[in-house]
Design a protein around this ligand. Structure first.
Ligand SMILES: N[C@@H](CCC(=O)N[C@@H](CS)C(=O)NCC(=O)O)C(=O)O
Length: 233
């Protein structure tokens, strides 16, 4: 009798990571997709994002980045920009990208909304609300604080409206758009936001936070987060 043929375990994906919202997008996606990964810490507080070996993978000196030894053609591939990484992993695994072309368009739409809107605006909100006032010398700039606080509020009002109509961000299916948006929206308190007038966003934040993959991704090296002296997010 022929011995059963078992398929080889997938090769571990190298994840270049530090525990911030952009890093969590990928640690959550990898956990949710059940993809084995090896973590390489990039301490952005110590400038490790400028090391030549990291710049060869991520020339924009930002994490997260991945190297998949088993790329689309079987050869290794390096990818930077969290949105591009999420799209790649979803295509690679056939998970969390919906079932139809319409679904994929909705996912891309909300993913781009995160990448061009929530990420940069919430990042600036964190910077001007929390980091700049504690800088030396302090930079307490009311105009900037108001501008980014209110733009984040506008974006979360849009998101609340979408979540009033659908279980998840891109529709009634969990997708990489949820993985991209949750890490930033989960920090709403630090962005000086209110959820009292956004019950659908509050519901989704809680449901996402209870998912084992989200818990695992958020917990990855959480111990390093409070100790980071240059934390901006
Ligand atoms: N658009 C990029 C943003 C990544 C990003 O801003 N990463 C920050 C940490 S959250 C970083 O690596 N900062 C290093 C630096 O500012 O030099 C993405 O989504 O991947």
């Amino acid at each position: 009798m022929p011995s059963p043929v078992s398929s080889p375990a997938p090769a571990a994906i190298d994840l270049y990571y530090w525990p911030t919202p952009n890093g969590w997008k990928i640690s959550i996606a990898l956990a949710e997709m059940g993809l084995p990964h090896a973590v390489h810490l990039v301490n952005i507080g110590k400038g490790e994002q400028f090391r030549p070996e990291f710049l060869a993978i991520s020339p924009n000196n930002r994490m997260p980045a991945i190297v998949d030894p088993d790329g689309p053609d079987g050869a290794p591939i390096a990818i930077f920009e969290s949105g591009a990484i999420l799209q790649y992993l979803a295509r690679k695994t056939g998970q969390f990208y919906g079932a139809t072309e319409r679904d994929r368009i909705a996912v891309d739409q909300w993913l781009m909304w995160q990448m061009g809107g929530v990420g940069p605006m919430a990042g600036q909100a964190h910077h001007f609300l929390k980091f700049a006032p504690n800088a030396t010398p302090p930079q307490d700039i009311p105009y900037a604080k108001d501008r980014y606080r209110s733009e984040v509020a506008r974006l979360y009002t849009v998101l609340n409206g979408q979540l009033a109509r659908h279980a998840f961000v891109a529709g009634d299916f969990l997708s990489i758009a949820d993985f991209a948006i949750w890490p930033w929206a989960s920090l709403w308190e630090g962005q000086q936001q209110s959820l009292e007038d956004k019950p659908h966003l509050a519901r989704w934040l809680q449901e996402m936070a209870a998912r084992p993959g989200v818990v695992a991704g958020r917990a990855l090296h959480a111990d390093l987060r409070p100790a980071d002296p240059l934390r901006k997010t």
